[in-house]
Design a protein around this ligand. Structure first.
Ligand code: OOG
Ligand code: NI
Length: 460
């Protein structure tokens, strides 16, 4: 048998194929990618120190290929099969996102690579939502929706065969991977024919625009692809010049010297012509697909995340009371330290560590020291860990801005992680645990490199 490809390579092939497809389907996405490319080049030209650092950290190569996508599925079986499909590309379900609190009747996870080397190679992620039919209030409509989606098949049989083959063989050959990518793409393609009559579409849309989007089509069309920018404020400012209408505010933390987590903005969804089922061949339109850009900063610890959530809530409360959200964010986030040493010393953000072996040869490190002392003494280099995940409040803002609906009251319901995992057929990984493991593993390796013969004990 010929050699099996590394899953990282299949993910690279798939993400490129998806990007090409979306560029053809939604030309504005191509325009957005060009804008982001220009902004990134400008940032790197104006900030050679940043360019050097990104190059040294191996981040420059991943920047150009980096993007995330999003899909929404209707049934447990669809979700479980997506889990198997993404596993072929080395992507696992990370995180549980409950969006019902924001009035969006879905819960979600992100399929993404989890190993340091895989993230460096290509961190392609897909935010994947599952419809919560039980949140449709009208029992007759709920049942009708369930019947409609029970009939559809969103994977080609060749795709299912390829997944099975990958599972059996432990991977795919290049030829098999090519066929797999072509077949997998079919699931995410746009369909301009609905599977229902216009009246059914309208009823479902009245329940929630997202319900209509998930239920009425042959498959879970990819609804956006998001390139990563180094300066989201510049990219947002540049959007109108390229003829793109941007969302008014940027989701996430305010601009900072040291970016944290994730800042995102989008352009509004396109209104697209749809053929509905029925003797009259009804025509209508549907709004689903949009473009988005994001700027990623460092991953926060549980403590950092709690501070982020508290400051965000405070800012949202102030904005409800009349302050602009941008001003409110700028003022509340004054309380979030904004330089790397402070973030590290306060235990707010995750860092990985590298030994400076030369320094250790010149000056032996103490046999007992805190991580901080080893960093300050020059024996360890600390590097902020990039946030690879999503933010539920931001995601809700992105959902809302693209469904043409106004803010909706939350459902009287809690998230239901157990139900989600049971539909998925597996547990979701905890993102904070993953960052902690990454940081711990790097520290162990770095300490071992410093300790030639004389172990260095780390104290609290
Ligand atoms: C997903 C919205 C969430 C993000 O970047 O937070 C998302 C969707 O609209 O299906 O993609
Ligand atoms: Ni997104």
């Amino acid at each position: 048998m010929s050699q099996l490809l590394p899953p990282d390579e299949i993910r690279g092939m798939f993400s490129l194929a998806m990007s090409d497809m979306y560029r053809r389907e939604v030309p504005q996405y191509g325009t957005l990618c060009e804008l982001v490319g220009k902004v990134n080049a400008q940032v790197l030209r104006h900030d050679p120190a940043l360019a050097d650092r990104l190059r040294a950290e191996g981040q420059l190569e991943r920047l150009d290929v980096e993007r995330h996508g999003a899909v929404r599925v209707a049934t447990a079986q669809e979700l479980a099969t997506l889990r198997r499909l993404f596993a072929v590309m080395g992507m696992q379900a990370v995180g549980y996102y409950d969006l019902s609190i924001a009035g969006v009747p879905v819960h979600a996870t992100a399929f993404r690579p989890v190993y340091a080397g895989s993230l460096e190679a290509n961190p392609f992620r897909v935010f994947t939502s599952l419809l919560r039919l039980e949140l449709i209030a009208d029992p007759a409509l709920r049942q009708e929706a369930a019947q409609i989606v029970a009939r559809r098949r969103i994977f080609t049989s060749a795709c299912l065969d390829a997944i099975e083959r990958a599972e059996k063989q432990g991977g795919l050959t290049r030829q098999e991977a090519d066929a797999f990518v072509t077949q997998a793409l079919e699931t995410f393609r746009w369909h301009s024919e609905a599977t229902v009559e216009l009246t059914t579409y309208r009823k479902l849309r009245a329940a929630h625009p997202l319900v209509a989007d998930i239920v009425c089509f042959k498959g879970p069309h990819i609804n956006h692809l998001t390139p990563r920018t180094l300066d989201i404020d510049a990219a947002q400012a540049g959007m109108p010049e390229t003829g793109i209408e941007a969302k008014k505010t940027i989701e996430g933390p305010p601009p900072r010297a040291v970016p944290i987590l994730l800042r995102q903005t989008s352009f509004l969804a396109l209104e697209e012509p749809i053929h509905f089922v029925g003797a009259t061949g009804d025509q209508g339109t549907h709004t689903a697909r949009f473009g988005e850009i994001e700027q990623r900063g460092c991953a926060l610890t549980r403590k950092g995340r709690a501070l982020y959530d508290a400051l965000l809530s405070k800012a949202l409360a102030q904005s409800k009371a009349g302050t602009s959200i941008d001003d409110a964010l700028r003022s509340t986030f004054g309380a979030f330290p904004d330089d790397e040493p402070s973030l590290r010393q306060a235990g707010l953000a995750f860092f990985t560590y590298e030994a400076d072996v030369r320094r250790a040869e010149q000056v032996a490190p103490p046999t007992e020291a805190s991580v901080n002392q080893l960093v300050e003494g020059g024996w360890l280099r600390a590097k902020a860990v990039t946030y690879e995940d999503f933010l539920p409040v931001s995601a809700a803002g992105i959902f809302r801005s693209n469904l043409g609906g106004d803010a909706q009251a939350g459902y009287q319901d809690e998230g239901n992680r157990e139900a989600f995992e049971s539909a998925l057929g597996a547990g979701v990984l905890d993102e904070i645990d993953l960052y902690q493991q990454l940081s711990d593993a790097s520290l162990r390796t770095a300490l071992a490199a410093l300790s030639s013969g004389r172990p260095v004990q780390v104290t609290a």
